[in-house]
Design a protein around this ligand. Structure first.
Ligand SMILES: Nc1ncnc2c1ncn2[C@@H]1O[C@H](COP(=O)(O)OP(=O)(O)OP(=O)(O)O)[C@@H](O)[C@H]1O
Ligand SMILES: Nc1ncnc2c1ncn2[C@@H]1O[C@H](COP(=O)(O)OP(=O)(O)OP(=O)(O)O)[C@@H](O)[C@H]1O
Ligand SMILES: [Mg+2]
Ligand SMILES: [Mg+2]
Lengths: 250, 250
């Protein structure tokens, strides 16, 4: 069972788009996937067209179990959704003096073992819940938009991961995912080269700009449902296949 | 003296780009501007090419005054920068039972009166520091990317503002700023129409997609320095002029 966080401190770099489409891509290949939305924005449920009965907030406060909150959204794909009520428990986590970073792990571990993959969609920023996500994850997919502001944010994120890995030895930035590759822009080649110099083989095949990825959200569909022949579908397929290929060396 | 927050829960919609360029545009027109970065990502200092001696974290913990932390970055434009250390005081704010939302206001009010404008660059999300920003601000510029995920995030943000305005009667979403207007995409017209139906005259002239806005960050320049004849410069000029025009009815 693999626990993968889709995380990056910078906003709007494609975390949710990646979490949704990787989760569905794995589900389409027969893996049992639990997608957990850990962001008060609650965008996973909206992206998938789901109205949840219970959210992660109620799991963290102990009102329901993770198993009760996990909702089937597609074959092989369950979701624990979030909404703005998550800021309540997030505040509670912030107020704990000790072991506040283990709350998410304790809430999810029992249920997680029933799945092949747990995919966590992280919120932007450095808050206590985001730290919980990285304290629980084993692998990280770090989407990095090919723009100077996001590239600079990547440096901060790596330092953030270093601080957290002192408490979580397993934490591994396994997939550095360049996003918003725009053939018309002048800078991508040099930014891709910088990423490869720094992260080597961890750098994945980039996700190209494809407006259908943005549109699919409005139709509450993944890219594989909305536009299976699109560049977005091809690029996310390549990422899913790479993740699956890594199963052999668990 | 006007206190304007550039805020939106959704990530990557152009908050920092807007804060920097509005602040500099006002400064170029002779207004004294204090830009306050309230985001642990600390992107304002990077965007302007500044290495701060003190940050907002040290102001909030009382180690320095806001006046000591405010650094001149351009004529008429001072910056109180941030970095990831801000997550310390942010945690402290979260842990206060009462009046935690007034900490930023108390820290800044004395210094703010020396300026014509205080522009606050907000972090994405709903955390306690973001609430401090909206508890202090009088006016809000809400950038909203013309994409379904960001449009949906706008609804959440409006509800968030409603909750906060019970404590802050002055808070006014005065400027709804459509961003990333892409002539090639199919949806913008209907999304712009939706915004105008909902927000009427508060909807500003949109900021078009312009790669020079992204590039200027890498050169540590505002759009007015990097590409004064660009679409990005023209669009942010229109916004600055609208903000200035509103000075007459203070
Ligand atoms: N490759 C792409 N091409 C075009 N649009 C994209 C692409 N990837 C993502 N988008 C769109 O860009 C916006 C930002 O993406 P997304 O919401 O996934 O980022 P995020 O990192 O989860 O943001 P946040 O920090 O707010 O959680 C969304 O409207 C999304 O649909
Ligand atoms: N109109 C535009 N055209 C092209 N690129 C833009 C435009 N506006 C902003 N950008 C770029 O898009 C990215 C996101 O913008 P920005 O960082 O200002 O958003 P933000 O809302 O502050 O993000 P965060 O939520 O992380 O604080 C940056 O790389 C920025 O340079
Ligand atoms: Mg997201
Ligand atoms: Mg920003």
């Amino acid at each position: 069972m693999r626990i993968i966080a889709v995380a990056m401190t910078k906003g709007g770099v494609g975390k949710t788009t990646t979490a949704i489409n990787v989760a569905h891509g794995l589900a389409l290949r027969g893996r049992r996937v639990l997608l957990v939305d850990t962001d008060t924005q609650g965008q996973c449920a909206k992206a998938l067209g789901i109205q949840p009965d219970f959210t992660l907030a109620e799991v963290l406060t102990g009102q329901v179990t993770a198993a009760e909150a996990a909702l089937k959204t597609r074959n092989n794909l369950h979701l624990i959704a979030s909404d703005f009520h998550l800021s309540g428990p997030a505040l509670g986590i912030a107020r704990r003096e000790h072991d506040g970073h283990a709350i998410l792990k304790r809430a999810l571990s029992g249920t997680a073992s029933r799945y092949d993959y747990v995919i966590l969609d992280a919120a932007p920023g450095f808050d206590p819940l985001a730290i919980n996500v990285l304290a629980y994850a084993q692998e990280v997919i770090g989407p990095v938009a090919l723009e100077p502001a996001a590239m600079v944010g990547m440096l901060d994120f790596v330092r953030h991961l270093d601080r957290i890995s002192r408490h979580n030895r397993k934490l591994n930035l396994r997939y550095v995912l360049p996003t918003f590759l725009d053939a018309r822009a002048r800078q991508p080649a040099s930014m891709l080269a910088q990423l490869r110099d720094h992260f080597g083989d961890a750098v994945c095949q980039p996700i190209r700009v494809n407006v259908q990825l943005a549109e699919s959200f409005g139709w509450h569909q993944t890219i594989f449902e909305y536009a299976p022949s699109s560049r977005g579908a091809a690029d996310y397929t390549a990422l899913v296949e790479r993740i699956v290929a890594d199963e052999t060396d668990a």
